[in-house]
Design a protein around this ligand. Structure first.
Ligand SMILES: [Zn+2]
Length: 179
């Protein structure tokens, strides 16, 4: 059995990791082992297509398992879904560490150490070394416009925000482990 404290923790992490509706599904699965898609749709009051999409995302992460059974009347397959609670922390931590180290931090480093230039007419982006080689003149046809430095601050802000969110989740999982 999953305690109410554990449910709160799962709720919080899934909301941050996937999307808010996903946590409704996760909690519903925890309520009833071997839940079917139909039951989940009723229980959460969500469309079947949305439920399926979320289940697929959770499956990709390794958070749920499916057991397939053929309905004797309709001969369609019915899927029974189980939450892999024992995998939860490992799946979450592995995935987050990967995203944090391999994607977000590298990208941030790249954005912080490069400047970009843009032709005001063609909106085409050039890296600093490309721009330098072209004497900061747009090479397209007879364009000849002088490139302008483009701010990547909005990308840096976004990356910084995501890094903060992920570090927060990792802190939560660390706290959990140390209890
Ligand atoms: Zn141009």
């Amino acid at each position: 059995m999953v305690s109410s404290e554990e449910k709160k923790y799962i709720d919080k992490v899934i909301k941050l990791l996937l999307r808010p509706e996903a946590s409704k599904i996760a909690l519903a699965i925890l309520e009833k082992n071997d839940a079917t898609e139909e039951w989940l749709t009723k229980r959460t009051d969500m469309k079947l297509s949305v439920v399926r999409k979320i289940l697929y995302d959770m499956y990709e992460l390794g958070l749920v398992d499916f057991r397939r059974e053929r309905d004797e009347k309709t001969s369609w397959y019915i899927y029974h879904i189980n939450f892999k609670f024992e995998n939860f922390n490992k799946v979450v931590i592995d995935r987050l560490r990967y995203i944090l180290e391999r994607k977000l931090k590298l990208r941030l480093k790249y954005e912080l150490s490069h400047s970009f230039y843009e032709c005001p007419k063609h909106k085409k982006l050039f890296t600093e070394s490309e721009a330098l080689q072209l004497n900061y003149i747009c090479p397209y046809e007879d364009c000849g416009e002088v490139m302008l430095q483009r701010s990547n601050q909005h990308i840096i802000d976004k990356l910084t925000k995501y890094i903060g969110i992920i570090e927060k989740i990792l802190d939560l999982t660390e706290e959990k482990k140390n209890k």
